[in-house]
Design a protein around this ligand. Structure first.
Ligand SMILES: *[C@@H]1O[C@H](CO)[C@@H](O)[C@H](O)[C@H]1NC(C)=O
Ligand SMILES: *[C@@H]1O[C@H](CO)[C@@H](O)[C@H](O)[C@H]1NC(C)=O
Ligand SMILES: *[C@@H]1O[C@H](CO)[C@@H](O)[C@H](O)[C@H]1NC(C)=O
Ligand SMILES: *[C@@H]1O[C@H](CO)[C@@H](O)[C@H](O)[C@H]1NC(C)=O
Ligand SMILES: *[C@@H]1O[C@H](CO)[C@@H](O)[C@H](O)[C@H]1NC(C)=O
Length: 459
């Protein structure tokens, strides 16, 4: 990074910090509540095996990217997954007068962008651009394109390779390119008003995308830790959500995403277990790291080498655990997964493990034949993630086992995944949204801690 762009970045961060701290003095604590809904298998085949297989593949593809956050986009096209996608979406209003756009809620990335202009192109997407609301800057009196001289442009390019003006300090609009595990998007950086009805936030930086690949929803709202994310731009002190059950279909049900501004002091929410966010490796500032200390299967703690549990503070940032609302199935690096799978096999000696063929067909790594038994009647070994500070995520069975029928046989499969192609760089464990279902979770940014409690999120 050039020294000059580093300077503008620092300038911008400091102005942002100043702006948000003065606001939080002026305002009493405020909350905004936004409905949060799952998005699954819109227009998709109702074949549960294909659904699971694609959820596993897409989780792994995303993991590859999360593990290489600074990598250049691959030269070859990434694999196309035409099947279902498991994510959660919210709607936000941008512009004057407001235009409503739907976004995937993503704690694993920071940029915020929407499909923009009537010319928007989306290749290999699960959505039809002609059928979704697109943001039209011309219809908004508060739309301003950011130009290359604006320090915000340097800020975007500093954290996203191939974005920014590539040395041109001119008056043209600032281009960006954001790469995700699944798909990518490119467009021009816009300053807009974000409208929560109760309150307007002006000069919000949002990407106006012209071209995207493999998107599952209209836009993506990044809740990551870097300055371009929604929590950073709004100066949130905390946000919380409760992900409703995934039934791999479209549902009109939703739960609440709640945004908090202003100091809430260090009061703990009743009933929540907390663990402190771990300080990020310097090269990976975007993710929410937590200190997972133990994975307990049944009554036994799985032996996981320490090196996998803490991230290294270098360019690879190997190891550690992150919480990601945008990953469907929890990813574990192979040695960790193998240890967990061995523990499950030991606890489930009364069941025959499925053949490698069946596991490959379903796309999950550990399945057992339960033919003749009812899933609901089986007593499965418990699965618990224990964090530093003692908070325990005791998972309901449906958060880690899924029943699948193949031919006349019935199986249950573990919904934690690994792959020998999952590189041993970047986070070793990515806690996905399937494992977060029916927990109320809190990202307490002010007190730098992650809290959760079991809760039925379906109203
Ligand atoms: C770009 O040009 C503007 C105005 O001419 C100047 O103030 C600024 O320092 C320049 N920025 C860089 C990175 O050269
Ligand atoms: C990582 O290293 C950098 C520079 O060596 C240091 O400033 C930073 O505090 C370290 N971060 C952690 C989490 O140890
Ligand atoms: C396996 O089955 C046997 C015989 O029904 C039973 O005694 C035993 O407790 C079972 N083991 C486990 C781990 O469920
Ligand atoms: C599953 O178990 C049942 C009963 O033991 C058996 O008949 C069936 O062949 C097994 N299925 C597979 C695919 O191995
Ligand atoms: C499943 O069972 C039915 C009857 O119970 C039988 O006709 C059919 O051939 C079986 N299919 C397979 C794949 O075994």
């Amino acid at each position: 990074m050039a020294a000059s762009s580093l300077l503008s970045l620092m300038f911008l961060i400091s102005t942002l910090l100043l702006a948000s701290s003065s606001l939080s003095v002026a305002l009493s604590p405020t909350t905004f509540t936004i409905p949060l809904s799952p998005i699954f298998t819109k227009n998709q085949p109702s074949d549960p095996i294909k659904t699971l297989n694609s959820l596993a593949s897409s989780s792994l593809t995303r993991a590859h990217h999360l593990k290489h956050p600074k990598s250049k986009p691959p030269l070859t096209k990434t694999k196309v997954f035409s099947h279902s996608y498991g994510g959660y979406s919210i709607s936000l209003n941008f512009g004057t007068p407001p235009q409503t756009i739907s976004f995937i809620l993503d704690t694993g990335s920071s940029p915020v962008w929407f499909p923009c202009t009537s010319q928007y192109i989306c290749i290999d997407c699960n959505i039809d651009p002609s059928k979704i609301p697109l943001f039209i800057p011309k219809l908004s009196s508060s739309s301003k394109f950011i130009d290359c001289q604006n320090p915000n442009c340097a800020r975007i390019s500093s954290s996203n390779p191939l974005s920014g003006c590539q040395g041109c300090n001119c008056s043209q609009a600032c281009p960006y390119f954001f790469q995700y595990g699944l798909g990518s998007t490119l467009g021009l950086l816009l300053s807009e008003t974000l409208d929560f009805l109760e309150k307007l936030f002006t000069n919000f930086l949002v990407g106006c995308s012209i071209f995207s690949t493999q998107q599952q929803s209209a836009g993506i709202v990044g809740f990551g830790r870097t300055p371009e994310s929604l929590p950073s731009q709004l100066g949130l002190s905390k946000f919380s959500y409760c992900l409703i059950s995934q039934r791999f279909d479209d549902t009109s049900e939703s739960s609440d995403l709640v945004l908090y501004r202003g100091s809430s002091s260090d009061a703990r929410t009743p009933g929540l277990g907390y663990t402190a966010f771990r300080k990020n490796p310097s090269f990976i500032p975007e993710y929410y790291y937590v200190d997972l200390l133990k994975v307990i299967v049944g009554s036994k703690s799985v032996n996981i080498p320490y090196k996998y549990l803490v991230p290294e503070n270098n360019t690879n940032g190997n190891g550690g655990t992150i919480v990601d609302s945008g990953t469907t199935l929890t990813i574990m690096e192979k040695p960790i997964f193998d240890a967990v799978a061995t523990a499950f096999e030991a606890e489930m000696v009364n069941f025959t493990r499925a053949s490698a063929y069946v596991e490959a067909l379903i796309g999950l790594n550990l399945c057992f034949n339960i033919t003749g038994l009812k899933f609901e009647k089986i007593i499965f070994p418990e699965l618990t993630f224990e964090f530093k500070g003692g908070a325990k995520l005791e998972l309901p069975v449906v958060n880690y086992f899924v029943p699948v029928d193949v031919g006349n046989s019935s199986f249950v499969c573990l919904t934690l995944v690994t792959d020998s192609t999952v590189d041993s760089v970047g986070p070793a464990i990515i806690l996905g949204n399937t494992q977060q279902q029916n927990f109320y979770v809190e990202f307490d940014l002010e007190n730098d801690r992650f809290g959760f409690r079991k809760q039925n999120c379906n109203k």
